[in-house]
Design a protein around this ligand. Structure first.
Ligand code: TYD
Length: 142
């Protein structure tokens, strides 16, 4: 899976004098069926989240309040995305090592996910993630 697939997706915003309304629908804005929603809040200054990869899970990360950085690594290439806009979601395909860091005060990180929570879908060790990339980094005959 390539980091190039991990793009920011614009979300529709309806604005009127009462405030803003943002929505997202699977198939229309989210490129997978939404099976789970969770969010991170009360993240202490300097704390990092993530630091794992998923084997099969698709996710969309939205900074619904505040801001944070998301470091992405597909085992070959790395990039960092700054999320600070509640009208944009960062799509993460499977097999991407990610770290979420530098949460601003009061930041809320909402995550839409393609499956229910399943600990067996995680790589929590970076070395394990690298070892399970499709073939190319494996030593021939190993
Ligand atoms: P984890 O995915 O490691 O958090 P993060 O990557 O955001 O730092 O999850 C932290 C804990 O919460 C872990 O014990 C698993 C649990 N958890 C659930 O029970 N359900 C969920 O949907 C998620 C995302 C985590």
């Amino acid at each position: 899976m390539s980091i190039q697939k991990c793009q920011t997706i614009a979300l529709p915003k309806v604005q009127d004098h009462r405030g803003d309304l943002t929505f997202m629908e699977d198939k229309n804005h989210v490129p997978f069926e939404i099976r789970r929603v969770y969010f991170l809040n009360n993240v202490p200054l300097g704390a990092d989240r993530g630091e794992h990869a998923h084997k099969a899970l698709h996710q969309l990360i939205v900074a619904i309040s505040g801001s944070f950085y998301v470091d992405l690594d597909d085992g070959h290439h790395k990039k960092t995305v700054f999320l600070e806009n509640s009208n944009a979601g960062l799509y993460l395909c499977p097999m991407i090592w990610r770290k979420i860091r530098c949460f601003s005060s009061g930041a809320i990180c909402m995550v839409l996910a393609s499956a229910h929570y399943d600990e067996s879908d995680y790589y929590r060790e970076y070395s394990q993630f690298i070892a399970n990339l499709t073939g190319e980094k494996k030593v021939p005959g190993a």
